[in-house]
Design a protein. Structure first.
Length: 70
């Protein structure tokens, strides 16, 4: 149990440091999303949705259609 608490504490500290660093970075303050970046990110998300649907279909078919080998 103590190990889990230590890991949670370290993760919390790392996340806090990352947030503080990103808030103080002048590059991130001026960052903007261009149309091409937006389209790229949306296409990555769409690809993830398609892969998730394919994985769900494969898992569904494999659970309903069992193979019996002798």
């Amino acid at each position: 149990m103590r190990r889990v608490e230590k890991v949670k504490s370290k993760a919390s500290a790392a996340m806090s440091a990352a947030v503080i660093t990103s808030m103080t970075s002048p590059l991130l303050a001026e960052a903007s999303v261009t149309p091409s970046l937006k389209n790229t990110l949306l296409s990555v998300v769409a690809g993830g949705v398609v892969l998730g649907a394919i994985a769900a279909a494969v898992i569904g078919v494999s659970s309903f259609d069992k193979v019996s080998r002798k």
